[in-house]
Design a protein around this ligand. Structure first.
Ligand SMILES: [Zn+2]
Length: 298
């Protein structure tokens, strides 16, 4: 009896040890690790943000949140360049085309804009142009056409906050040009988004500020899941620091994105978290196999 008990004890102990090692292994190599490094495809660093946060503080926020690379645009444009100089390996600067917030509603009628953008492109830091706001009614603006042509001539991707009809016009002007459609567009319905992705193979989508649509109750909505699974190479994540308050709450916003990313299968998650944005900007994908083990080894 004693012998049997001892044997049962030994088996139990072996089981416990195996379970602990498995859990430790899972903790280190978990495919659903919450510590995936991110490539944030949509950040703003505008004048009112810069008045509050120095570049090194912004870089600190990115580091703390394990955002290895970040696409930044700014109003005015030189602020994104300033951030880039602070951390050239981390910041992917897009040339913003607004000098002040008011330009958001008047840029399509600004006759001097294209020349200013062309001059600014001579400063070689820019990895793209973006992300102006454009409604369908303004899609035939000659200024918009000039900006698209400049992007094509300089071989620079475009990022846009835009209505669906704007995307159609853009691809009439520049078929096959790489574009990031911010927030999955102004009407972020999976059916509509799928239709556009199918029509325009160079179109990519950032899903910033769409967290509640994608995963309202700790579960990925079926239609979004299907969209990601059908077009796993076309989506990117981003916080979108559209206001100073958004920078204050940056950690929470990043955590919310990680929360739903963790619900996706490994191969889709790593693409959305990092690899799609990296491929879009011609940068190497990450080796995600040891995320957690290496994430603090700096
Ligand atoms: Zn934005």
């Amino acid at each position: 009896m004693l012998f049997l008990d001892a044997r049962a004890g030994k088996i139990a102990m072996t089981l416990i040890i195996s379970l602990i090692s498995c859990s430790l292994f899972a903790l280190v190599y978990s495919p659903a690790s919450s510590a995936d490094r991110l490539f944030d495809a949509h950040l703003h660093y505008n004048a009112d943000h810069a008045a509050h946060y120095e570049p090194e503080q912004i870089i600190g926020k990115l580091e703390e949140n394990e955002i290895e690379r970040a696409v930044i645009t700014s109003t005015p444009a030189h602020l994104a360049a300033r951030l880039y100089r602070e951390a050239p390996n981390r910041i992917v600067p897009l040339l913003g085309i607004y000098n002040s917030p008011g330009d958001k509603t008047r840029w399509t009628r600004d006759p001097g804009l294209a020349e200013r953008v062309e001059a600014a492109l001579k400063n070689g830091v820019w990895r793209g142009i973006g992300a102006p706001h454009l409604f369908a009614d303004d899609r035939h603006s000659p200024v918009f056409r000039r900006i698209v042509t400049l992007a094509v001539d300089h071989d620079l991707p475009l990022a846009l906050h835009a209505d669906p009809a704007v995307i159609d016009t853009l691809y009439e002007i520049a078929p096959d040009h790489p574009v990031i459609w911010a927030h999955a567009g102004t009407y972020p319905y999976p059916d509509l988004v799928a239709d556009y992705l199918q029509r325009y193979p160079a179109l990519h989508i950032d899903v910033s500020v769409r967290d509640e649509r994608i995963a309202a109750n700790d579960e990925i909505a079926d239609d979004w899941y299907e969209l990601f699974a059908t077009y796993p190479d076309r989506f990117m994540v981003g916080v979108d620091t559209f206001s100073l308050a958004r920078w204050h709450d940056f950690d929470t916003a990043v955590a919310r994105i990680r929360q739903w990313l963790a619900l996706l299968p490994n191969e889709i998650r790593t693409r959305l978290a990092y690899d799609n944005a990296a491929a879009f900007f011609g940068m190497p994908a990450r080796d995600h196999s040891g995320e957690k083990a290496t994430s603090r080894a700096r």
